[in-house]
Design a protein around this ligand. Structure first.
Ligand code: NAP
Length: 284
């Protein structure tokens, strides 16, 4: 039997790409829905990003994901940006419509859908603390602002880097706190989101904080699947979530944009869990 040639293709542009879970998540979804699509990994260095994006047009890709370190640099290579991509200043999803390349940021909807659908959090009139002021933190601020939160505190080790994030929220709703006061802010917050890499190597971003029941703590790190922050907050009775939920929901939002179809979230989630445990196994 001749091999089935995929009718449509998408992929991820980033450097390095060794650890990406996206091909496993999307290809599982295509298989589940019987779609003749394929998702590829394209390791592309910064100096080749322009050529790679031109290649998407020339080869007729349906689109692409964009990951570190290209999320901001790719903005100037596209024809149009969605509202979230424009606000956040970063693109994680490219859609090819005719000959036009449109940039989206599905981290915003991905976090929102994770928080509402998976975590079941109602943020109305509640307070959120976001650790970090990078690309993920920008998406989180935009996402929680759209959920009616009362206050968003942004903790940046360099407060000048936090200030631009205040502009992403409704006027008067967000403020920056110093890294010194972050422990107390965390104890007062209803939702705490770690959007820094602190925890990937066993660090605790909030070593002095005492968590309590009723708080929701989200660590965007998904490798390792659990962190010291998650374990400590869980032991104190808080509701805790790792980063896989957001990862799956941002992938689902990209899938919707490219295919126009409803993504099989449970299949995507199972593929992500399987890929992470395989990665952990390879490293052990
Ligand atoms: P980024 O743009 O590099 O931003 C990282 C932020 O963390 C910056 O504000 C940085 O501060 C701060 N930071 C780094 N080291 C720190 C330290 N030792 N103490 C205090 N602050 C520190 O990275 P990103 O794309 O936002 O990603 C952040 C984390 O989120 C990563 O772990 C990433 O894997 C995760 N993430 C997860 C998802 C998901 O779907 N689950 C999606 C996106 C990102 P400076 O600016 O001062 O360096």
């Amino acid at each position: 039997m001749r091999p089935r040639v995929p009718a449509h293709f998408v992929g991820v542009l980033g450097w390095p790409l060794g650890h990406t879970l996206s091909p496993a998540i999307h290809n599982a979804a295509f298989r589940q829905l019987g779609m003749n699509w394929i998702y590829l990994a394209w390791p592309v260095r910064s100096e080749a990003l322009g050529e790679a994006v031109r290649g998407l047009r020339a080869l007729g890709a349906m689109g692409a994901n964009v990951t570190m370190p290209h999320k901001e640099a790719v903005v100037d290579l596209l024809d149009q940006l969605s509202g979230d991509a424009q606000a956040v200043g970063a693109v994680n999803t490219i859609q090819q419509l005719g000959s036009r390349l449109i940039g989206h940021n599905t981290d915003v909807d991905g976090f929102r859908e994770f928080l509402v659908a998976d975590a079941g959090v109602d943020l109305a009139e509640r307070g959120a603390l976001v650790l970090g002021a990078g690309g993920a933190a920008r998406a989180i601020v935009r996402a929680v602002d759209g959920l009616g939160v009362r206050e968003i505190v942004i903790a940046a080790r360099r407060p000048d880097k936090g200030e631009p994030l205040v502009e992403l929220a409704t006027p008067g709703r967000a403020l920056v706190c110093s890294w010194e006061e972050v422990g107390k802010r965390a104890e007062a917050a209803d939702l705490v989101v770690n959007a820094t890499p602190l925890g990937m190597r066993g660090e605790d971003p909030l070593p002095a904080t005492r968590f309590k029941a009723g708080q929701v703590v989200v660590d965007l790190i998904y490798e390792p699947p659990s962190t010291v922050l998650i374990e400590r907050a869980r032991a104190a009775g808080a509701d805790v979530w790792g980063g896989l939920g957001m990862l799956v929901h941002q992938a689902a939002a990209s899938f919707r944009i490219w295919t126009g179809r409803e993504p099989p979230i449970e299949t995507m989630s199972a593929a992500a869990v399987h890929a992470v445990s395989g990665e952990a196994h390879r490293r052990s």
